[in-house]
Design a protein around this ligand. Structure first.
Ligand SMILES: Cc1cc2nc3c(=O)[nH]c(=O)nc-3n(C[C@H](O)[C@H](O)[C@H](O)COP(=O)(O)OP(=O)(O)OC[C@H]3O[C@@H](n4cnc5c(N)ncnc54)[C@H](O)[C@@H]3O)c2cc1C
Length: 377
């Protein structure tokens, strides 16, 4: 039984590949169209919480993710200043359940390659260098116009095409990402031996200085500052900016700073927030992942929520006989409250920093969200 037999997916990010894996596993003919000419071979790190790991297990990629990541169960807080005093080391919630670590760090291109291999092994076709450019639909299917001039017809189009989603625009949805007021510098560097879990430094010249190990020899380090126009900076200027902003932080930052150079893949990104109100579909076209919602990575839930969208959508599609309103109502009932809670809490954590609120109940908010996402989506 399945409500769909052939599906087009726009975007080969986490949401698109997760959707493709689950549909292909369920016997559906899946075609993913990705705008980029190939997956990124260079990039930064990503922090994945237990509920993301449980979802990756469902996709059949947890052994590969485990083997290519760095697992830990503790979150550390340190103070700025020469001693880099450890303020607290807190056990992190195991939101995936006891069978998974609380958190892993990993190199983003490794995660992308694992998901792509799995999707292709299950028979999904992934075409790179082709964008979804236009669409028309009727009661029985969607005609998807591609940037290479072809038009393909499928039972459903899943718009997993990220923050600046073309599909969202084609559906006439006006909600779009807005800056939250913060921006982040990230560098991919060698892991100092003493770094065995994420550590965050609050206070000093930036809102957060932190790092997360991604492998035995690697990690990513980041500095969250007031969002500004950093887009024209040269690689040399990026090294200098990260170097200078990090001068207030010590401990492992000494080694990180000494190593920063133009090979550190330094990247600057502004944080955004948005949440498309229900419905996320119009007829036989639906948006998932960052196309539907985004938030600052203060809880590292973006990828988890993207995969959970895919899990719930495909579960409903495969267990229904036809693509009707019942499917969409069930999808929105399961996804909207959870995505809303994650976006609101992630934005709130950032806002407390922007507003310099010192007595906010950060642990309380984080534990409430952790308790919610501990339940399967
Ligand atoms: C600075 C920063 C740090 C983050 N850190 C974390 C973290 O540590 N942990 C975490 O869980 N989340 C993190 N996130 C969030 C996370 O990266 C996203 O939520 C997640 O990648 C969303 O996946 P996606 O598949 O929806 O979108 P994307 O990964 O953006 O994939 C969308 C894909 O669609 C393609 N595309 C675009 N337009 C078209 C088109 N018209 N046709 C075809 N293809 C198209 C794009 O090329 C892209 O490959 C972070 C986000 C930011 C900004």
């Amino acid at each position: 039984m399945s409500a769909v037999h052939s599906v087009a997916v726009a975007g080969a990010g986490v949401a698109g590949l997760a959707t493709a894996i689950l549909l292909a596993e369920g016997g559906v003919d899946v075609h993913v169209f990705e705008a980029k000419p190939a997956l990124d071979s260079l990039g930064s790190g990503i922090t994945l919480q237990g509920n993301a790991l449980r979802a990756f297990d469902r996709l059949g990629v947890w052994p590969q993710v485990r083997a290519q990541s760095y697992a830990f169960d503790v979150l550390g807080l340190r103070a700025p200043g020469p001693e880099a005093r450890v303020l607290v080391e807190m056990p992190d919630d195991r939101t995936g359940g006891p069978g998974y670590p609380a958190t892993v760090g990993m190199y983003r291109p490794d995660l992308a390659a694992i998901l792509l291999d799995r999707a292709e092994a299950l028979g999904a076709t992934i075409t790179f260098g082709v964008q979804v450019a236009a669409l028309t639909q009727d009661d029985d299917g969607v005609d998807v116009v591609l940037s290479d001039g072809r038009t393909v017809r499928h039972d459903l189009l899943v718009g997993a095409d990220g923050l600046h989603s073309t599909v969202r625009g084609l559906l006439g949805i006006e909600t779009t990402p807005e800056p939250t007021g913060m921006g982040i510098w990230r560098a991919f560097v060698r892991r100092p031996e003493q770094v065995t879990h994420t550590e965050l430094y609050y206070g000093g010249p930036v809102y957060i200085a932190g790092y997360c190990p991604t492998g035995p020899d690697t990690m990513y380090a980041y500095l969250v500052e007031k969002g500004q126009d950093r887009f024209g900076v040269t690689p040399a200027e990026a090294v200098k900016a990260m170097h200078d902003l990090s001068l207030a932080y010590h401990g492992p930052w000494e080694e990180i700073r000494a190593e920063l150079d133009e090979a550190s893949r330094i990247n600057y990104t502004r944080f955004t927030q948005h949440l498309v109100p229900a419905p996320w579909n119009r007829g036989r076209v639906v948006i998932v992942g960052d196309a539907a919602h985004s938030c600052p990575p203060t809880m590292a839930q973006g990828a988890a929520q993207a995969v959970e969208d895919a899990l719930v959508l495909v579960e409903l599609l495969l267990s229904a006989e036809r693509l009707d309103q019942e499917v969409w109502d069930a999808f929105h009932a399961r996804r909207l409250p959870r995505a809303t809670a994650v976006v609101e809490a992630s934005v709130q954590l950032g806002r407390w920093l922007l507003d310099d609120v010192h007595d906010a109940d950060v642990p309380g908010l984080m534990h409430r969200v952790a308790a919610m996402v501990s339940e399967p989506a």
